[in-house]
Design a binder for this molecule. Structure first.
Ligand code: PEP
Ligand code: MG
Length: 306
């Protein structure tokens, strides 16, 4: 799958090849406008996306603003610790009009293709429940206005913080799908700002603690028979791919430029062998040990396929 931010030149190729869009970052619509577009503007935007990629699915992530994604002159106050502040689903649960407008626009566009709704930065069940309530209200208002929408539209959450990963079993019986955002999951698990060059050496998504949380999430989804994907940068990392396959991840969604290399590798992987790799790697004592195991696996794979 592909991660997209705004419509671009690669869209036609992705659509022709029926590549699903595992993450559409809608906050860029806001960032490029400098304000929230109204319902009609958003409806037009999401409809075009849905039509372009149909019949493939497009996972529309609701506005994930705050921290690195905010405009200077907006309602975001200066925060001492924005990564732990008003970001992701949090502002949307307070700016309910903005949230419901976006949901109404996505729902209206859902008749134009195969859309799913995804909520970012969920940390607690109460956030999911409040968001669900607002989504139900948006559906109710559309019914009242006699406006068509996909009644079966799936709604899922991103797993980006340890509390969500560790509660994946609780969420799995309630949500329609999960997508693991390894960029933020790494940041929060390792207490390392993903944007701070000074601590970049500590920011390692192959840290066994991060991988254990990924595994915990995938296991909970498998147990509850709901789809699970990975949409952080790690989804396009050739070293990590065998691990995700071994865990049973259903979809890897990545920057479009990574897709060809990843597909080439996936075709060569033996699914029996990778299952064993998962237990070895998640029991590893350090990120260094994980990297060595994964590199050895790559070398063995190359030899086998030669
Ligand atoms: C993530 O956190 O891994 C993710 C995909 O979301 P973003 O990079 O947009 O924060
Ligand atoms: Mg994120």
């Amino acid at each position: 799958g592909a991660n997209l931010t705004l419509p671009g030149p690669a869209d036609d190729i992705l659509a022709r090849r029926e590549i699903p869009i595992g993450l559409y970052r809608t906050e860029f619509l806001y960032l490029s406008h400098g304000s929230f577009p109204n319902e009609e503007e958003q409806f037009q935007y999401y409809s075009k996306i849905a039509e372009k990629f149909a019949p493939s699915e497009v996972v529309i992530r609701t506005f994930d603003l705050g921290y690195d994604k905010r405009v200077e002159n907006d309602c975001w106050e200066q925060e001492n610790n924005p990564a732990l502040g008003w970001r992701g689903i949090r502002p949307m649960l307070e700016m309910t009009k903005v949230f419901k407008t976006q949901i109404r626009a996505i729902l209206r566009a859902s008749t134009h293709g195969n859309l799913k709704i995804m909520l970012p930065m969920i940390t607690d069940l109460s956030e999911w429940e409040r968001a669900r309530r607002l989504i139900s209200q948006a559906k109710f208002s559309l019914r009242k206005d006699n406006v068509e929408f996909d009644k079966e539209i799936k709604t899922g959450i991103m797993i980006e913080v340890p509390s969500a990963a560790m509660s994946a079993d609780v969420f799995a019986s309630r949500v329609d799908f999960m997508s693991i955002g390894t960029n933020d999951l790494t940041q929060y698990t390792l207490a390392t700002d993903r944007q701070n060059a000074r601590v970049a050496k500590l920011y390692n998504p192959l840290h066994p603690a991060v991988l254990r949380l990924v595994r915990m999430t995938v296991d909970a989804c498998k147990k509850n028979q709901i789809p699970v994907s990975v949409c952080g940068e790690l989804a396009g990392d050739l070293l990590a791919i065998p691990l995700f396959i071994g865990m049973g991840v259903d979809l890897l969604s990545m920057t479009p430029s990574r897709i060809v290399d990843v597909c080439r590798l996936i075709k060569r992987i033996d699914s029996q062998l990778v299952r064993h790799l998962v237990s070895t790697v998640t029991a590893a004592p350090s990120a260094k040990a994980v990297t060595e195991y994964l590199k050895d696996f790559r070398v063995a794979l190359e030899k086998k396929n030669r």
